[in-house]
Design a protein around this ligand. Structure first.
Ligand SMILES: Nc1ncnc2c1ncn2[C@@H]1O[C@H](COP(=O)(O)OP(=O)(O)O)[C@@H](O)[C@H]1O
Ligand SMILES: N[C@@H](CCC(=O)OP(=O)(O)O)C(=O)O
Length: 417
């Protein structure tokens, strides 16, 4: 890959140029993009995520006018026959003023209280805005566990599908009041990508206060719009920064790019654009940044989550044979191939699988506590079953709970295409 093609548009004072760009994508993005943008116009099911920064006024309160504008655009698309799921942030921002606060709280309990106050208000605004178009809004609050555990996952899928069947407008947010630091999405960008995967959406649209991914801080003079990311390598050299200056957003560009990568891995093309450009983005115009989808692979949500969103609690170090078996043979990691354990983790935690040089080649959910593994290392599962009992005849990490990382993953992906 030769790196992304940066637009010649300078950011300063020229965001309107991007907004009014011609709808012929081939003019700035190349022919590949033409098909991808057309896919967006033809999409039968779209997940649209809007960030707090696009829903708040400069004073930091929820801006009803912006909610009404977004509802107009989504209702239009719904009327044209596309199923739309909205993932909306803004609960915490909506709760700040009613809580008597002037800025986003720092501690988790007050954040959760603000989100709890704000979520009801937010959904009330959406309900009124969609009702003007004869649409019924439906609140759906999800946690990480709902995505990871099979039964909850199916329930969420079934409910969302039913809502779409009856013509409702699902409005999804993280269930902030029960999420903890350890077990939370923490940002709706990645949640939106997992919802797009869950519903097998045809496209994901991320709406923010910035109109595209830029090659650096968009407030920097000369920063240039990146119209298309075709491959993760295109992101090399781009300065992907945190949340905007107003302080209402959560993850900034980092989580939007992470979200686009999750969606891309799940075969879902993503457009990142500004809320002001929502209509143009949804109609396939050449606005924002298009992240191309990779093939048609459908990894499990658990695998997507493991690869992109979990932090490892420790590592197991593999001998060269085990590295080959895991990386090339897509095998489970057996005790015989482990030479070292690092960190203090429990069975069920995410851990990195490293080679002896320290490179993380995979991440997986481990079947043993860190303290148990030294007695198992280098032993065959048959020996372990005979000496320690049948409970020990199992993998350290099962292949279904394992994803390849970094260069190893890219090689496997290219091989599969
Ligand atoms: N390379 C970049 N290109 C575009 N925006 C960037 C980049 N790096 C950081 N940002 C920042 O990301 C912000 C959007 O993220 P965030 O504040 O979390 O918004 P949201 O509430 O929409 O999720 C922008 O306001 C911008 O300042
Ligand atoms: N669940 C939180 C949103 C967290 C979040 O991702 O915010 P943002 O970066 O504005 O999309 C809320 O509703 O306040």
């Amino acid at each position: 890959m030769g790196g992304p093609a940066a637009d010649t548009t300078d950011t300063h004072g020229k965001k309107c140029d991007v907004r009014n760009a011609p709808s012929d994508p081939s003019s700035s993005e190349g022919n590949d993009a033409l098909g991808e943008r057309t896919e967006l116009t033809r999409a039968r099911r779209v997940v649209v995520k809007v960030g707090s920064s696009s829903l708040t006024s400069p004073e930091g309160t929820i801006d009803r006018g912006r909610i009404a504008e977004l509802a107009d655009v989504l209702a239009e698309r719904r009327a044209a026959g596309t199923e739309v799921v909205l993932v909306s942030s803004g609960a915490m921002a909506a709760g700040i003023a009613p809580m008597g606060l002037t800025a986003r709280p720092r501690d988790l309990a007050t954040q959760q209280a603000a989100a709890s106050v704000g979520q009801g208000l937010l959904v009330a605004h959406y309900t009124a805005a969609f009702a003007r178009h004869g649409l019924t809004a439906a609140q759906v609050l999800l946690t990480v566990e709902d995505m990871m555990r099979r039964v909850q996952h199916r329930n969420a899928q079934r409910t969302l599908r039913r809502l779409l069947d009856i013509g409702a407008m699902p409005i999804v947010n993280e269930n902030d009041t029960v999420a903890t630091h350890e077990i939370r999405f923490g940002d709706n960008d990645r949640l939106a990508a997992l919802v797009a995967h869950l519903l097998r959406a045809d496209a994901l649209v991320l709406l923010s206060d910035v109109d595209a991914l830029y090659d650096g801080d968009p407030s920097r003079p000369g920063a240039r719009r990146i119209p298309r990311i075709a491959d993760p390598a295109d992101l090399d050299g781009i300065d992907i920064g945190g949340a905007g200056r107003r302080g209402v957003g959560t993850g900034g560009m980092v989580t939007k790019v992470a979200s686009a990568r999750i969606a891309s891995d799940a075969g879902v093309p993503t457009v990142l654009s500004s809320a002001a450009d929502a209509r143009a983005a949804l109609s396939g115009a050449s606005v924002g940044t298009l992240f191309a989808a990779h093939g048609r692979r459908r990894p499990s949500t658990r695998q997507l989550w493991l690869a992109h969103a979990t932090a490892a609690r420790g590592s197991v170090v593999l001998d060269p044979g085990a590295v080959r078996a895991v990386a090339e043979g897509r095998a489970s990691l057996l005790p015989a191939g482990v030479v070292k354990v690092e960190g203090d983790f429990s069975a069920g935690d995410p851990v990195d699988l490293r080679d002896e040089d320290g490179t993380a080649i995979a991440r997986g959910l481990v079947n043993f506590d860190a303290g148990e593994i030294p007695d198992l290392m280098g032993r065959s599962t048959r020996w372990l079953a005979r000496e320690l009992g049948p409970g020990y005849e199992r993998e350290i990490v099962h292949r279904d709970d394992l994803v390849l990382l970094g260069a190893v993953r890219e090689r496997a992906r290219r091989g599969a295409e």
